[in-house]
Design a protein around this ligand. Structure first.
Ligand code: DC
Length: 219
């Protein structure tokens, strides 16, 4: 079986990470969290004292810091100069910087290449903002998961995380390079009123309709 990519895009706190993780586990695929890769670059700017709004300084930093992408337990990992930032990737200071570094084309170019490289290791469920539109535009398996802003805010609050979702979504949607969009050919699922299990069931139906290999779906 040729390795396949299942692209899951959507705004912050739409439920896409949980869906991607559960789906990858069930199907025995590698789950790649691309937001963590952009967060790792934002975290590195904090460590190095680089202003995220100064794109030249961020680009220079890319040449000086080693970002190593790997897999552990079927989940993508990222090390910054050999260090795993761990939970620090979800801290507020990172939330505030991440959309700025993600808008820099050179940052995206580097990370998109690393994201495509994952397909050499096996089939992947990859979640982010531009997976169906830019990273794997040719995959037939594209899902866009949405939820109302109210529901997404409640989900973040329940996780105890401070995150200005609306602001980040606006920056992610308005940027010139690879903005958050519903990719051509993507199926949109509104998860506001659905459980994770219901979203997964819908995703599995879509994969089947679109001809995902039986070896993958197991029936
Ligand atoms: O999925 P997340 O909230 O962890 O993503 C963090 C930020 O990274 C998000 O605000 C925008 C950026 N991002 C991106 O630009 N492209 C991706 N494929 C994934 C994330």
């Amino acid at each position: 079986m040729e390795n396949i990519a299942i692209a899951i895009d959507g705004p912050a706190a739409s439920g896409k990470s949980t869906v991607a993780k559960t789906l990858a586990k069930r199907l025995g695929l590698i789950m790649v969290n691309t937001g963590a890769m952009y967060r790792a670059v934002a975290w590195a700017t904090i460590q190095k004292g680089v202003d995220p709004a100064d794109s030249e300084a961020v680009i220079k930093m890319l040449g000086e810091v080693e970002f190593s992408c790997g897999v552990s337990d079927n989940l993508s990992t990222i090390l910054v100069d050999g260090v795993d930032p761990g939970d620090a990737l979800r801290q507020d200071a990172v939330n505030q910087r991440v959309s700025k570094v993600a808008a820099i084309p050179e940052v995206r170019e580097l990370l998109v290449q690393r994201q495509r490289d994952y397909l050499e290791l096996g089939s992947v469920v990859m979640e982010g903002r531009d997976i169906g539109s830019v990273v794997f535009p040719d995959t037939p398996f594209k899902i866009y998961i949405d939820a109302s802003e109210e529901v997404r805010r409640q989900r973040r609050a329940a996780e105890g995380i401070v995150d200005e979702l609306g602001k980040r979504d606006e920056e992610d949607s308005k940027r010139k390079t690879a903005p958050l969009v519903v990719a051509e050919g993507a199926v949109k699922i509104d998860s506001s009123e659905l459980s994770i299990e219901q979203v997964i069931e819908r995703v599995l139906e879509i994969l089947k309709e679109r001809g995902a290999p039986v070896e993958l779906l197991g029936n």
